[in-house]
Write a protein that binds this ligand. Structure first.
Ligand SMILES: Cc1ncc(COP(=O)(O)O)c(C=O)c1O
Length: 451
């Protein structure tokens, strides 16, 4: 198997040359239950990142598996074009909009977080054309953000390594200050001052470009791949004020935060954000099947619907939009979360895990920042804590520590930005497993740093 893997399979987000040379170990996963996953050599791991922060209910959930099976037997596929649908897609859309903010009663289903973000950008452009504001086309996102790696979504993403040599970002995709308090350039700023500074920077960008040219702003309620960074105090209220002032529509990218990871159904609820469009994926099915959604405000939907009377069919769609197997998985997943009170349980275990993380590492000389909200937690390593000096080869140390943790049976993630180790376990994490994870971080950091 491993040799075939090297011969035929292009791995995403992988140093391909190192992988080919065998410098990166191939890990082939075989089976899983709860928070544990087993590889082809029968080695068992605790998955402290729930795949890619997506297997929120844990692995092997019988209710979801049965729902997928039943749907595949009854009707594996029918498309949603020309007014068609399935019971699963109708039931799910009703379920999701009932959970969504009151100003939203429509959802469009795709397959990945990336395609849902792209749909949302396309909808914004289309909406502006229909309301007679075709000059409103520019999109602002943030440095450090992640919204996907496609041509548009890669342009939204604010991580430079996703742009380099891919001719991205495209024109009209702008990036403003990231809300990363630990990395602020002015160390004298308080959190509140830094939040105001970020909002001012956003306003500067809007004014330089011309508010009448900006279609929208997209952001993750908590920055994910850019280092698992909760926003500083007052950040969202300051930013929303600026967006409102210039009538700029807000896409909340809730691919990670949607469906309970912060202890509320949506990150927008947690932070009191009023978005015009919401992107969901990952947690909607807990990754048992691919599915994403673009939830849009009634105001935008009404314009787009009325536009079809003038322009004809809404020409956006894909073969697998609202795939019935994925929709059935999502219905079962949301029912399972609600029936088992999993969002509250996740929130409770998050408090335990995060407190232990803080207690264990607060005095560690190489842990510069400990940050968390709900079941998203991270520690960032520094060379010199007092003077906040970062390691030169950013990311290498975190990668080494994460590799060491994997050898010891714990899967965490070296985040694609900085020397940050991230944790995003499933909502069914137990105290015992939380303790084992913390213990493993501690041992692995000390062993690697000693070396
Ligand atoms: C916030 C956010 N948006 C979008 C995406 C892209 O989703 P996908 O990988 O399903 O295309 C991700 C993926 O991690 C994400 O974290």
């Amino acid at each position: 198997m491993p040799s075939l893997d090297k011969e035929n399979f292009i791995h995403p987000l992988t140093h391909l040359a190192k992988f080919d040379r065998g410098e990166i170990p191939a890990r082939i996963m075989k089976s899983a239950k709860g928070i544990k996953i087993i590889d082809a050599d029968d080695k068992e791991y605790i998955d402290a990142f729930s795949g890619l922060y997506c297997v929120n209910v844990g692995y092997g959930c019988t209710e979801i598996i049965d729902a997928i099976k039943k749907q595949a037997e009854n009707l594996a596929y029918y498309h949603a074009y020309y007014g068609n649908g399935t019971e699963a897609s109708i039931e799910l859309s009703n379920m999701v909009v009932n959970l969504a903010p009151k100003n939203m009663s429509k959802i469009y289903f795709g397959l990945t977080g990336s395609d849902a973000n792209e749909t949302n950008i396309k909808l914004l452009w289309h909406y502006n054309n229909l309301i007679g504001k075709p000059e409103r086309k520019k999109i602002i996102s943030r440095n450090g953000s992640y919204h996907g790696s496609g041509i548009i979504t890669g342009s939204l993403t604010g991580l430079k390594n996703y742009h380099k040599n891919f001719d991205l970002p495209l024109n009209n995709f702008l990036h403003t200050e990231e809300a990363n308090y630990f990395h602020r350039s002015n160390l004298d700023q308080s959190e509140e001052e830094f939040s105001k500074y970020c909002a001012d920077k956003l306003e500067d960008t809007i004014l330089i470009e011309g508010p009448e040219t900006i279609a929208g702003f997209i952001a993750e309620p908590v920055m994910g791949n850019g280092g698992l960074v909760p926003p500083p105090k007052d950040y969202w209220s300051n930013v929303c004020k600026v967006l409102k002032k210039y009538n700029i529509l807000f896409i909340a990218d809730e691919v990670i935060t949607g469906f309970g990871r912060l202890g509320e159904m949506f990150g927008s609820d947690y932070y009191g954000i009023k978005a015009d469009l919401i992107t969901v994926a990952k947690g909607i099915t807990s990754a048992y099947a691919p599915l994403s959604g673009s939830i849009i405000s009634d105001e935008i939907y009404d314009v787009i619907r009325d536009g079809t009377d003038k322009n004809g069919v809404f020409t956006h769609g894909s073969t697998y939009s609202a795939h019935p197997i994925s929709c059935a998985a999502a219905v079962a997943n949301i029912n399972f979360i609600n029936k088992n009170n999993l969002i509250n349980k996740g929130s409770e275990i998050a408090k335990y895990f995060n407190l232990k993380l803080k207690e264990t590492f607060i005095d560690h000389p190489n842990v510069g920042d400990i940050r968390y909200v709900g079941l998203l937690s991270a520690i960032e390593l520094v060379k010199d804590k007092k003077n906040r000096l970062f390691f030169k080869n950013q990311g290498a140390l975190a990668q080494e520590i994460v590799s060491k943790m994997a050898v010891n049976g714990i899967l965490a993630r070296a985040m694609p930005s900085g020397d940050t180790i991230g944790f995003a376990p499933a909502f069914c994490l137990s105290k015992k497993d939380a303790d084992i994870i913390i213990d493993s971080i501690s041992k692995s950091i000390n062993e690697v740093i000693k070396d």
